[in-house]
Design a protein around this ligand. Sequence first.
Ligand code: ADQ
Length: 469
Amino acid sequence: MGRLIVVSNRVQAPKDASDSSVGGLAMALAAALRAYDGFWFGWSGETTEEFDGQMNVEERGGVTIKTIPLEAQDVDEYYNGYANKTLWPLFHHRIDLTAYERSYSHGYERTNKRFAEVLEPMLEPDDVVWIHDYHLIPLASYLRKLGVRNRIGFFLHTPWPARQLLVTLPHHGQMVRAMGAYDLIGFHTEEWRGLFCDYLIEQAQGKRLDSDTVAASGEIYRTGVFPIGIDVEGFVEGSHSELAIRTLKRMNKSGDGRSMMVGVDRLDYSKGIEERLSGFEQFLTDHEEWRKRVFLLQVTPLSRDTVDSYQDIRERLEGLAGRVNGQFADMDWQPIRYLNRTYRRDQLAGIYRASRVGLVTALRDGMNLVAKEYVAAQNPDDPGVLILSRFTGAAEQMTAALLVNPYAREELADAIYRALEMPLEERIERWQSLMDVVRHTDIAIWRDTFVSELQATAVTPPRFAASVH
Ligand code: ADQ
């Protein structure tokens, strides 16, 4: 294969193979870029007054990174606007939070077009291009308009929304038609892929050609399911590192014999953190005997804090954590420890390992890697229990977790009780089955399967050039 070109909104290449500050996804993509001698292209995160083609090129940990700054209006309309105020809430079934601003969609198209114009001259005929996530859905169609014939794949990290919600988007037809420019479109689960195909068939009068392929609006859509995972070996290794062991001891000491439960999520309304705290509140109300014997460590770094709905959820969470603590705490015990900070991966592994229960209660989530990290970090001889929302992509595979509906406070409270009381034998049995899933959906498997399927797709037919010029 020729070079691999990865394109995503932000670029996060690690400094080296032991860099613990970036996630498993960045590590895996960086490893592929090193192997295929390609580069990673995206936004630098910087703003410029007027874009005049300036590009940053740097080497980080053996990976070539090419980034461009964006103009302030683009950051407002493309990134904060259409990506984070329109598509993110819509794709997470929150049409109550979705902004339908015309200027946002114009900014989104303009910025995608700019990405295409900068990228196109850097492409060589054999390059395979892999575009990531909801920020860049129409990018391939702009590349095709510029005559690019390379194989181009797209992977969506979020859920795909139900057709009945997607049609609330003013230009839904245009957006989906533009996706016909991809040679392969990847989703985490059968459910998200099914919803995409449902739109093509029901809304765009498409015709199913085989289980993966639908013809609609003059385009052929080839889809695939590629459940993302974590760097399992790296994570297991990290959980034995000196820092992880130090963290584990520190947590055990500060827990003072109490059972710890843990939640680790970016501060985002899709993660169901409020529902989690309410479920815990219900549990403490229902089970007086567990008060003072358990606490919840909620680790929640701030994200997208320039967007109003993120400021709102932050305030609500602070209020709720304060209320539960005010109601139940005693001078020597506090039920919720709520922190807004990030940790290194090996530290997180130590935190996961120290906790008796891992709580993942997202209301809708493409996959949810925290669920997999929690399982990978456990002590096989004395593992903790994963409570997992049915509405995550992870729930499609991780059926040995305690699956819950996070909207149902009492159901969540019951699951917490069951997890805390679960006998060792059942915990081991469930953990082994979960760990099998985690191993079989390793991040390297995800990456290599996607790239080889993309590579195996037929060369882009000339119809693209004909239809878009
Ligand atoms: P996210 O919405 O960011 O990802 P998730 O899959 O849970 O959600 O990944 C979050 C990552 O951030 C995890 O690796 C976690 O360890 C890390 N993280 C969270 N809090 C942290 C903290 N306090 N300190 C350090 N690290 C922290 C999107 C989609 C998901 C999909 C992924 C990958 O929304 O559904 O699983 O992409 O495709």
